[in-house]
Design a protein around this ligand. Structure first.
Ligand SMILES: Nc1ncnc2c1ncn2[C@@H]1O[C@H](COP(=O)(O)OP(=O)(O)OP(=O)(O)O)[C@@H](O)[C@H]1O
Ligand SMILES: [Mg+2]
Length: 311
């Protein structure tokens, strides 16, 4: 049982009308990992999540959750995870405590157990002071925390979070990240969707980049960054008249193209070890330089590279 992946997704496909919004997506999620589905608006993240969590019928392909087929053994598969939707299903007119009580009872907990779990979750998510206010008066951050609390009532081993921090201010966002990390420490497996690269970078062990319904890349944040390759090197030359010479030296030495605007030159290094010899060469030709910056590729670069202009 322990060798079984938390999730296996094979050739998952969904069409709405004649539009394929999830197109033959396959991936596995290992136990204990944080798996990020990253993609722009409309990429198909929520649709993928809804199929995995049995909320939406699969057109073709299959999903298994801890070895149980989500279509054939839906009830069993469903009992193994908690889900926090992009749009919450909690009731606006009643309090956080009442919502937690209702969902606890719906999850089959006794009245006493519901009361206890509700109190635990209110404490865990710092909602004790606002527990009895109607949700209408809650801030966005409090709402998201309550959504997450509701999905954790049954202490699921697997947790799905659809855009857990969308719309939160930076401080509340960081708090949510801490909460997610704490869940991971306690042994949960987490699948989250996000439009934010920094969030995927911060939290995810592996990331699947989805665009227009297709899985365009999968890997660790490091692998994805490496893939785009090249450390960017930027500097200025003190005398613009030396630009042509500088360009020639760089092209000869690195075999890379150089882009120039005024005194600014930029190129890319395939390895940081190319930097010192290059600086030596420039110095040797009496080209003095300034404002040197060396920039590792960011996940932003990867994302832009993978998802832009594919309309
Ligand atoms: N019930 C539906 N009927 C028709 N089209 C739908 C339906 N649900 C989603 N779509 C379409 O499927 C595509 C993928 O939507 P989805 O909600 O999965 O994207 P997403 O990646 O979650 O985007 P976002 O970041 O905005 O949440 C979109 O083009 C959307 O308009
Ligand atoms: Mg979505």
């Amino acid at each position: 049982m322990n060798a079984v992946n938390a999730i296996e997704v094979n050739h998952l496909t969904k069409k709405f009308g004649n539009k394929t919004v999830v197109d033959n997506i396959s991936f596995n999620v290992k136990r204990g990992e944080v798996f990020g589905l990253l993609g722009p608006n409309g990429a198909g993240k929520t649709t993928t999540l809804r199929m995995i969590t049995t909320l939406l019928k699969i057109d073709s392909g299959n999903v298994s959750i801890f070895g149980h087929d989500a279509a054939k053994e839906g009830r069993l598969a469903r009992s193994m995870f908690g889900l926090t939707g992009q749009y919450a299903s909690v009731d606006e007119d009643i309090s956080a405590r009442e919502n937690l009580m209702i969902f606890s009872r719906l999850n089959g907990l006794s009245r006493a157990a519901s009361k206890q779990r509700t109190q635990e979750l209110l404490e865990e998510f710092s909602l004790v002071n606002s527990a009895d206010k109607p949700l209408k008066d809650f801030s966005g951050g409090m709402r998201r925390r309550l959504d997450l609390a509701v999905s954790l009532i049954t202490r699921p081993a697997l947790i799905f979070l659809d855009e857990p921090t969308t719309g939160l201010d930076p401080r509340t966002r960081t708090q949510m990240w801490d909460t997610i990390r704490r869940l991971v420490e306690q042994g949960s497996t987490i699948v989250l969707t996000t439009q934010y690269l920094d969030e995927a970078d911060e939290l995810a062990d592996r990331i699947a980049v989805i665009d227009h319904g297709k899985l365009v890349k999968i890997g660790t944040p490091e692998e994805l960054k490496k893939q785009i390759g090249g450390t960017k090197l930027n500097f200025t030359i003190d005398q613009v008249s030396q630009r042509t010479l500088a360009e020639k030296l760089i092209v000869n030495q690195l075999g890379q193209s150089v882009s120039c605007t005024g005194p600014n030159l930029s190129t890319s290094l395939s390895s940081i070890s190319q930097l010192a010899p290059l600086l030596e060469t420039l110095q040797h030709s009496q080209i003095s330089i300034g404002n040197l910056t060396v920039q590792e590729p960011s996940l932003d670069d990867v994302f832009m590279n993978l998802t832009v202009g594919k309309n």
